[in-house]
Design a protein around this ligand. Sequence first.
Ligand SMILES: [Fe+2]
Ligand SMILES: [Fe+2]
Length: 239
Amino acid sequence: MVTLQDIQKNPELNALIKAANQVLAAIGYTEHGPRHVGYVSHAAAELLRELEYPERTVELAAIAGLIHDVGNSINRVNHGITGATMIYPILRDMGMAPAEIATVISAVGNHEEQNGRPVSPVSAALIIADKSDAHRTRVRRGKFDPTDIHDRVNYSIKKNWVEVDREEKVIRFAMTMDDTSSVMEFFLIYLTRMEMCEQAAALLGCRFDIVINGVTVNNQRSVELARAAIAQASNPAQD
Ligand SMILES: [Fe+2]
Ligand SMILES: [Fe+2]
């Protein structure tokens, strides 16, 4: 069985992770190196562990997290799909079972908001882990550009975390932002990613709450609550 440690030690995959980060640095993107993929690997696995998925599914999420961005070594455009295509023969040569490879490549090939959808628990966990990595440490050292909205938004996020409420079936993405940016700017660049996280949480049977500075800024219960309010207004006697 191919383990997370086997993936971490694979020189070919490590070279591709490094190369992907170099390409993105060259075109001015935020940090996508070992720190980013390490965070995503850990966060995706923790999410499924908290939701009590089998240990091997948890490990496949950790593996997918580590190698989800290698496609950037070719080009940022469609890097989920190119990355999935690149890792197939590497995982096969390492001896991973075809059904497990299929789980990993479909997660990697669907993690971008431009062309991806949550397709499995591993895919959903990868999406939430990847999109929740917004933080000031992602602004490249010495490269902070105050006129760049991505730099401002990332820099303003001092703390971020994902927590799971198993009882209430809620995945909560919480962060603290300072005045370097604003909630509006956060959504200007993260709206489609946050919508993708809502879809991913739904696949895991959960609601996705986005909490910024202690306030829930999306409201996934809105349809349910509006329906209840209308029912009550049309039948006040039952109050
Ligand atoms: Fe990516
Ligand atoms: Fe990523």
